[in-house]
Each structure stands twice: as structure tokens, then as C-alpha cells.
Design a protein around this ligand. Structure first.
Ligand code: OAD
Length: 244
């Protein structure tokens, strides 16, 4: 695929760039997306597995599902898309990486200061007293562990449907969208708000907005540039062009 020369020209002049990533970026690392034809939400019910009500009505089922997903994440390695994004951090005065992904593969690839809008699947915390349980639970735990401090149930540090996004991370994401020259939306269906609204904030404040996705999404028609390809293909091409 050809990256439009106009986009490269804009990126070469850009000082501030922001990027929102979604599950598609990790698809080629073997982690399933949510809404693709073989995605998680085509087989499983998010109300049962990704909400506080689901957890309270069947904690064991939800815990087991997250243990299963963690095992996949622990085995996964970053792909060329993750590495290209980490490299993009060095190509602009300011590059803000905002992710909906919970797998920490951006950080494994070398990205720093990642704004995690949906938390992460590695850590756990007590539902009642909020104490962190990083490293104190194991993949072998078949039943939901209890907090050693207050006896509450331990839950993964992901954001579930109906829960607030981490306030500071979202505030920083909005500021990055308002002040960037170019905003990328990569590997996300643009279905889940408020994250999906960030490209529009950027556009309203004058930035060019760019989609990298092999498929049409609900935000495609609003984009200034649409790059139809996988993130592991398109992003390394952009990095190469910017370095030459
Ligand atoms: P989705 O599953 O909704 O969308 C994944 C997107 O990735 C789709 O638009 C695909 O076309 C695209 N895609 C697939 N393979 C790709 C590849 N190799 N390169 C680039 N793009 C590719 O995932 P998200 O938009 O991340 O929230 O979903 C948003 C949120 O919904 C998730 O963070 C999760 C979910 O419910 C929570 O769990 C709170």
C-alpha cells in the first residue's frame, strides 16, 4: 500500500501527534479483538463477563475468563505495529499514546507514558478496599482470591462496562487531542465512547485525523486520511517514510 505523500508532508511538519489504539493492534500478536467476526463479543456476553453486575452474580466464571485471557496475554509478543508505535515516540516533539488495550504490549515494545483508558489485565485489586494485588495472585488461582486486608473479592484492574474511565488518563487524552497536529485512530472500531470521541475532539480543534484499519468503521467517513491495512503493515511504512 502507498502512504499518501500529503500525509507524510503533514507528519514531517507536525510537532504534536496523538494516537488512540484498540484491539486490532494486538490482533497480529494472537489476541482476539472484540467485534471482528471471530471477536470475543460475538461469542461471549459482555454483560456477564465485563460488568460489575456480571462479576457479582458469578465471580468464579468472570475470574476464570480473565485468568484464561491473561494466560494468552502473558504468552503474546508485540508485533511490528507495536514496535513502530514505540519508534514514533522519538519522531515528534510530543507523541501521546492512548490505548484501550489492557495487554501492556505497547509498553513491552518500548512505549512509555502510555495512557491506559481501560486499565490493564495484569494487575488486580480488592473490590471493596481498592488495595492492589499485583503479583499476589497467580494464574493457577481457580477461585476468586479474597483480600487479605478486608476479605473483599479480588478483581482485575480492567475498566468494565458502566464504569468510569481513569480520570487523569482521560483528562490527559483529551488535552492531547485538543493540542495535537495529527491524531491517529488505529485498530479500533470506534464503537466505545468516550474513547471513540477523541478523534473528533482533535478534528474540532484543527488536527488532521487518520485511520489505520483493514476494515471500514463507524468513524471512517469522518477521517481526513484512511489507510486500509493492518497496523503491523501500515505503521512501519509510515516510520520508514518519516525517517528518510
Ligand atoms: P473492536 O474489536 O471493537 O475493534 C477492533 C478493530 O480492529 C476493528 O475495527 C478491526 O477492523 C480492526 N482490526 C482487526 N485486525 C487489525 C489489524 N491487524 N490491524 C489494525 N486493525 C485491525 O476493538 P476496540 O475498538 O479496541 O473495552 O474495542 C473497544 C473496547 O470495546 C475495548 O477496549 C473493550 C471492548 O469492549 C472494555 O473491555 C472496556
Amino acid at each position: 500500500m502507498d502512504i499518501p505523500e500529503k500525509l507524510i508532508e503533514i507528519l514531517k511538519k507536525a510537532k504534536k501527534v496523538a494516537m488512540l489504539t484498540g484491539a486490532g493492534v494486538s490482533a497480529e500478536s494472537g489476541i482476539k479483538t472484540f467485534r471482528d467476526p471471530d471477536g470475543l463479543w460475538t461469542k461471549f456476553n459482555p454483560a456477564e463477563l465485563a460488568s460489575i453486575d456480571g462479576f457479582m452474580s458469578n465471580p468464579k466464571l468472570v475470574w476464570e475468563w480473565y485468568q484464561h485471557r491473561r494466560a494468552i496475554v502473558f504468552d503474546a509478543k508485540p508485533n511490528p505495529g507495536h514496535f513502530a508505535i514505540a519508534e514514533m515516540q522519538n519522531l515528534f516533539d510530543k507523541f501521546t499514546l492512548i490505548t484501550q488495550n489492557v495487554d501492556r504490549l505497547h509498553q513491552t515494545a518500548g512505549a512509555t507514558n502510555v495512557l491506559e483508558l481501560h486499565g490493564n489485565i495484569i494487575d488486580n485489586r480488592c473490590l471493596d478496599c481498592n488495595r492492589n494485588f499485583e503479583g499476589e495472585t497467580s494464574l493457577a488461582d481457580k477461585f476468586v482470591p479474597r483480600c487479605t486486608h478486608c476479605g473483599g473479592l479480588i478483581r482485575p484492574c480492567v475498566v468494565w462496562f458502566g464504569e468510569m474511565l481513569p480520570e487523569e488518563a482521560f483528562k490527559q487524552s483529551e488535552l492531547a487531542a485538543m493540542h495535537c497536529d495529527v491524531f491517529f485512530s488505529v485498530g479500533t472500531s470506534g464503537e466505545v465512547y468516550p474513547a471513540a470521541g477523541l478523534p473528533f475532539i482533535a478534528q474540532n480543534y484543527g488536527a488532521k485525523i487518520v485511520e489505520v484499519n483493514p476494515n471500514h468503521t463507524s468513524v471512517s467517513n469522518s477521517m481526513d486520511f484512511v489507510l486500509r491495512g493492518t497496523s503491523s503493515h501500515v505503521l512501519p511504512l509510515i516510520v520508514e517514510k518519516l525517517k528518510n
